[in-house]
Design a binder for this molecule. Structure first.
Ligand SMILES: C[C@](O)(CO)[C@H](O)COP(=O)(O)OP(=O)(O)OC[C@H]1O[C@@H](n2ccc(N)nc2=O)[C@H](O)[C@@H]1O
Ligand SMILES: Nc1ncnc2c1ncn2[C@@H]1O[C@H](COP(=O)(O)OP(=O)(O)OP(=O)(O)O)[C@@H](O)[C@H]1O
Length: 282
């Protein structure tokens, strides 16, 4: 168990859906998916320090995007409350969220923060990181939270919360680009045309990804036409091996043969005023 006096720092890496096939709408309003989750080297960060009550301090470039919302609605606080109820812990935590990922952008931001909070609390209270109750709590917090809790390349099925771990990708140079528009996940799913275009293929992760697609791209592009320009720019970049939208958008990602080509594309995207994150898929 981690010493209660030493702050715990837990990374909350950005999530990318290398491919996302929507198979059908369920009667509970959710959709059955097949998706390949991958994680970036960079993202948000959670710090946990001992305190009498639980509080949340927002820091970092996107703190302002969440400052107007009630603290209760933040997935970090919801994760901390859920953890206390599930594992019967008492006492609070002063939690700091360093927010580097744009909000409502398809790269899991809030889900990654919730998952990092659960990992940090599990460390503090001596709960195994693979405790089934921790995963059950993650699934109640959001469809992407279990994948973010696992935090490694995985095949997601069901709502995205039935997971099969896959081998690490080994630091693939990746660029994330967001045109500065927030997109509601529920609104994008609601515009899906209901056509099942088939399952993911088989083979190595990158081969499955390359042969796959993101079925949420057309509805997201209809809601946020700026995605078109981002994808066109990324697809035309030198040294690119794959360019696609992640999750429900509007963030798009591109994978590159080398970090130099990635950084050149990042400069082009930044010159257009878009948010960029030059990173690696781990
Ligand atoms: C698009 C993805 O990011 C792909 O990884 C996820 O499926 C979304 O995960 P998330 O943001 O954690 O989603 P949640 O917060 O659980 O759900 C938000 C809303 O998205 C829709 N939703 C989400 C996941 C899913 N499999 N089917 C859905 O239809 C539902 O309308 C739901 O009310
Ligand atoms: N810590 C948080 N960070 C970001 N958003 C949060 C957080 N807590 C609550 N939210 C709410 O969750 C909504 C979705 O934000 P989030 O950034 O998780 O979406 P996303 O990037 O589309 O994630 P996903 O790819 O999992 O769908 C936001 O509109 C915001 O109001």
């Amino acid at each position: 168990m981690a010493s209660p006096m030493i702050p715990i720092v837990e990374p909350a890496p950005a999530k990318v859906n290398l491919a996302l096939h929507v198979r059908r709408r369920r009667s509970d309003g959710y959709h059955e998916l097949e998706t390949l989750f991958a994680f970036c080297r960079d993202g948000d960060r959670i710090t946990l320090a001992p305190a009498e009550t639980t509080t949340l301090t927002l820091a970092g470039p996107f703190a302002g995007a969440l400052a107007g919302e009630a603290e209760d609605g933040n997935l970090v606080i919801r994760a901390a409350r859920g953890f206390a109820e599930t594992f019967g812990v008492t006492g609070g935590h002063a939690i700091t969220l360093d927010k580097h990922l744009p909000v409502a952008s398809g790269i899991g931001g809030g889900s990654a923060d919730a998952a990092a909070t659960l990992r940090a609390l599990a460390r503090r209270h001596g709960i195994a990181q693979d405790h089934p109750d921790l995963f059950a709590l993650a699934a109640r917090l959001g469809a992407d939270v279990p994948a973010c809790l696992l935090g490694r390349t995985a095949l997601g099925q069901g709502k995205g919360d039935t997971l099969r771990p896959l081998p690490p990708l080994g630091d693939v140079p990746a660029l994330l680009v967001n045109p500065g528009v927030g997109v509601s996940t529920a609104a994008v799913f609601a515009r899906w045309d209901g056509v099942d275009r088939g399952p993911l293929g088989e083979g190595a992760v990158m081969a499955i990804a390359a042969a796959g697609r993101n079925d949420l791209e057309p509805p997201a592009r209809a809601l946020a036409p700026a995605i078109d320009a981002v994808l066109a720019m990324l697809a035309a970049a030198q040294g690119v091996t794959m360019a696609r939208m992640s999750g429900s958008g509007a963030t798009c990602f591109a994978l590159f043969r080398d970090a130099g080509a990635r950084d050149a594309a990042a400069r082009t995207a930044a010159a257009r005023g878009w948010w960029t994150l030059a990173t690696f898929l781990t």
